[in-house]
Design a protein around this ligand. Structure first.
Ligand SMILES: [Ca+2]
Ligand SMILES: [Ca+2]
Ligand SMILES: [Ca+2]
Ligand SMILES: [Ca+2]
Length: 185
């Protein structure tokens, strides 16, 4: 009997540790593929991040599923982190202007060039820690809104964009009841 109780406590301890380590928040725009990122347009995506509360951001991943330029011509996709943007997706015209529409409006996450041709699509992950942008993201989320600016200067077919934030802290686990803990799985 004592052995069974010990195992039960050990499992509870392990789960508490897992919960307090970090949580993953995944956000997707509407439409999810941002209309295949039209060359003539620029896009802002304002994300309600109030669910993060006062958590500490460990990592942010901006992800594109199966993206590829529509042809084999010169192309570039500009990606910026913005402090603010209209909530949801806003689309504007740049009439294929090759300049970066978001220049000076927020940190450049990266600019990506499809170098393997229209026939090959790939899944891209931009990790903010690789670009020294975690501190910026932490500041930008304080008002509950985080923005991404995208200026495709060609036309990028894709199967979906997502922003994945891993955050930890502030969610004290000591006071959670066992039913609260079970509810998380
Ligand atoms: Ca390609
Ligand atoms: Ca442009
Ligand atoms: Ca903000
Ligand atoms: Ca454009």
């Amino acid at each position: 009997m004592r052995k069974i109780m010990f195992i039960g406590v050990a499992i509870l301890g392990m789960m508490t540790t897992t919960i307090s380590a970090s949580e993953v928040f995944t956000f997707t725009p509407d439409p999810e593929d941002l209309n295949d990122l039209d060359h003539y347009k620029w896009y802002t995506w304002g994300i309600d991040v109030t669910c993060l509360d006062a958590r500490i951001i460990d990592e942010v991943e901006l992800r594109f599923e199966n993206i590829s330029n529509w042809d084999n011509d010169t192309n570039i996709l500009y990606l910026h982190l913005l402090d603010t943007a209209g909530l949801g997706v806003t689309i504007g015209d740049d009439d294929q202007d090759p300049a970066d529409h978001f220049d000076g409006m927020g940190p450049l996450i990266d600019s990506w060039v499809d170098e393997n041709g229209a026939g090959t699509s790939e899944t891209l992950s931009f990790f903010f820690s690789d670009y020294g942008l975690i501190d910026d993201a932490q500041i930008f989320v304080l008002d509950g809104l985080l923005g991404i600016g995208l200026d495709p200067d060609c036309h990028y077919f894709n199967d979906g964009v997502s922003l994945i934030i891993t955050a930890s802290g502030e969610t004290a686990t000591e006071d959670l009841s066992w039913s609260d803990i079970k509810g998380r799985f």
